[in-house]
Write a protein that binds this ligand. Structure first.
Ligand code: PRX
Length: 649
């Protein structure tokens, strides 16, 4: 990527947005040199019920504690304090349905709905510390449920509504959730996805859930289990109640969000209250500097961390007005994003490179149909943005007048780690670079052995110091937390990504360095797909890898070896696809599945995915001296060639 960068820096022309990089540098220096003082001041971005005794307790690394003994409540900070300070009638969300319906909910409206649902949760037996799984589409009940859980100190785990029953059951079991909040169905691309059916299937595989709360969204015909299922509208009948917020210690958990790793078992990243809240609110302000009158649109799904932090918590902490859109960005036509920007006069838009590349493919005629002059800032997240997409976004959407805020971060980091910061001083932008770290973030580029690399050298990115938004641990697995993130480089947080710092100090993020895929900005584990394949009765072995894709960044490809009694036929492939869709969810379904007779393995029997991928991509497989059955390399090559021929027909 760095090689692709333009020679000439691109300077946004709107002077308002760059007070100068100098003020950023000063703030950054203060955060590194005087962290106690810096974070103590910064925590004033929230209202605290009780002030902390200590900013950072690092006596038991890597279990860091921020704002120790401070007490606060996330829903109080998102709602109550705005009601008290003149924002009662301000719109919190302008919600747009896929069919074009709209609802505007004020801070007062949201506050009332959250209190009513918090009371319902208490009445249904949920108390502080209990776990709740939320499996909802992009409807207003999603933030209501998250905030109501936060209000009573229950820990929610949102599962993206695109996941299948197996993935859902695994998350329910790991979190030991007592309740699931879902909808009868979801609208997507003009079709209905039957969510409740998926829940019913998942609950066959779990035993902890006593109650399922069901929002009526699509009017689908669903099964109601009388002793277990209740309708959302039946438990939300009160017109007005007040539930005293539970005052949470800063390091009490707020939510668990599962993300993929290098094993089949997803990792439950646990985020806390105080540090997370300070981090999300601060980073949104630094990076995008939204004004009180601006309209902010984070066009991610609420089920991923981007939605948690920047559709729900940070914008509400800052008292902003957000757009929330229910459906697909290409439905009913590829101008949907641009039409919403025009209709609601959106000022700041935050989306993914995959979305940009998808819309870019449809051409300039779609954005040209709309007046996009309300836009002031464009943001991206989730994957490296290639300079061509960056420029298209900059020129065709921002009309060369809006800076692009490329934010690099992860589920585990809670909020932005690297990105240009309008609020502190915007640097000249380089298409494809996320530029500079947020205050308090000290990145370093290392080689395999931990030696610090020079500028322009590609290596692994790590952070030298803890930051307030970092996750507390992995649910039920503190050892994995230590092992995955803190063992490779003792004393540092290892991100799992490759990066380069150029001679001007800009960071270029270059993708995952492990066997984790990034498909359309979604982090998926190769092993999860392999496990699903192997658990099919037909499959003996499988190797899953990422194939570069011009729109989605990467797509999933799989090689499978069938058990002897099964024949290679197209029916098996469609069966395997169906199984993955039902078990893990549609986003996990491989674009390509090839059946081969064997897979390359080491002498100890480990499948060499590196070789499978290299051969499949027509690259040299590197060192294959440790391969047990090198003949299969040729076979994989043959399978790929045959497939390419088929595809060309
Ligand atoms: O590889 C990096 C990539 O997405 C990974 C994190 O995925 P996830 O936890 O699902 O969170 C996505 C939303 C924050 C990272 O390890 N990534 C994320 N943002 C960028 C990125 N890669 C390059 N540039 C980015 N701006």
């Amino acid at each position: 990527m760095a090689g692709e960068q333009s020679q000439k820096d691109v300077l946004p022309t709107n002077e308002v947005y760059h007070p100068g990089i100098g003020s950023y540098q000063q703030t950054y220096r203060e955060s590194i040199e005087h962290p106690e003082e810096f974070w103590s001041n910064q925590a004033g971005i929230l209202d605290w019920h009780k002030k902390w005794d200590k900013v950072l307790d690092d006596s038991n690394p890597p279990f860091f504690k921020w704002f120790v003994n401070g007490q606060l409540n996330a829903s109080y900070n998102a709602l109550d304090r705005h009601i008290k300070h003149g924002k009662r009638n301000k719109a919190a969300y302008i919600w747009v349905a896929e069919n074009g319906d709209e609802k505007i909910i004020t801070y007062d409206g949201l506050y009332r709905r959250v209190n009513i649902f918090a009371k319902a949760l208490l009445d249904l037996g949920i108390k502080r510390g209990d776990k709740i799984v939320i499996y909802l589409p992009m409807i207003l009940e999603a933030p209501v449920a998250m905030l109501a859980a936060a209000r009573i100190g229950a820990v929610f785990s949102f599962v993206f509504a695109g996941f299948g029953a197996g993935a859902l059951a695994e998350r329910i079991n790991d979190s030991k959730a007592k309740m699931v909040i879902t909808a009868d169905g979801a609208f997507r691309n003009g079709k209905v996805i039957e969510l409740k059916k998926i829940i019913d299937e998942a609950l066959e595989l779990t035993s902890t859930v006593n109650t399922v709360v069901v929002v009526k969204r699509t009017g689908s015909d669903i099964q109601i289990d009388e002793g277990r299922d209740v309708w959302w509208h039946d438990v939300n009948k009160d017109s007005s109640v007040y539930v005293e917020p539970e005052w949470m210690e800063s390091n009490d958990p707020l939510y668990i969000l599962y993300t993929s790793g290098t094993t089949g078992k997803p990792k439950g990243a646990v985020h806390g209250n105080g540090g997370y809240a300070v981090w999300t609110a601060s980073t949104l302000k630094w990076a995008f500097n939204p004004g009180d009158d601006d309209r902010w649109w984070c066009a991610a799904d609420i089920g991923w961390v981007t939605g948690h932090s920047y559709i729900v918590f940070a914008p509400l902490f800052l008292g902003l007005t957000s757009i929330m859109y229910e459906g697909s960005i290409t439905y009913p036509a590829p101008d949907r994003l641009w039409a919403i920007i025009e209709r609601y006069r959106v000022n700041l838009i935050y989306t993914s490179p995959t979305a940009i590349r998808t819309l870019m493919r449809f051409g300039e005629k779609y954005p040209k149909q709309h007046d996009l002059s309300s836009l002031k800032v464009l943001g991206t997240v989730g994957e490296p943005i290639n300079p061509a997409a960056w420029k298209w976004y900059y020129e065709n959407i921002g009309h060369s007048n809006c800076p692009i805020i490329d934010t690099y971060w992860q589920t585990e980091t809670g909020g932005f780690m690297i990105g240009p910061q309008i609020g502190l001083g915007l640097p000249p932008l380089k298409p494809g670079s996320a530029t500079f770290p947020m205050p308090g973030v000290e990145p370093v580029i290392l080689d395999e052995k931990g030696k610090e690399l020079k500028d322009e050298e590609k290596g692994y990115i790590a952070y030298k110091k803890p930051w307030p938004g970092m996750f507390l641990t992995l649910n039920n697995d503190p050892d994995r937390y230590k092992k995955v993130y803190f063992e490779k480089y003792p004393g540092m947080y290892f991100c799992g990504d490759y990066a380069i710092r150029d001679k001007d100090g800009y960071y270029w993020l270059l993708g995952r360095a492990d066997e984790v895929l990034n498909v359309a900005g979604h982090r998926l584990g190769t092993i999860e797909v392999e496990d699903a394949l192997i658990s099919s009765k037909e499959v003996a072995e499988s190797a899953v890898f990422g194939k570069p894709d011009p729109v989605k960044g990467e797509v999933i490809a799989a090689m499978v070896v069938l058990k002897e009694e099964f024949q290679d036929d197209t029916e098996i492939i469609s069966k395997l696809r169906k199984r993955i869709r039902e078990d893990l969810g549609a986003i996990y379904v491989p674009e390509e599945i090839h059946i081969v007779k064997s897979l390359p393995k080491t002498r100890s029997g480990k499948i060499m995915r590196r070789v499978v991928k290299a051969v499949a991509l027509n690259q040299l497989p590197g060192d294959i001296s440790t391969l047990e059955n090198s003949a299969s390399v040729d076979e994989i090559k043959e399978a790929i060639e045959a497939f390419s021929k088929e595809a060309k027909k």
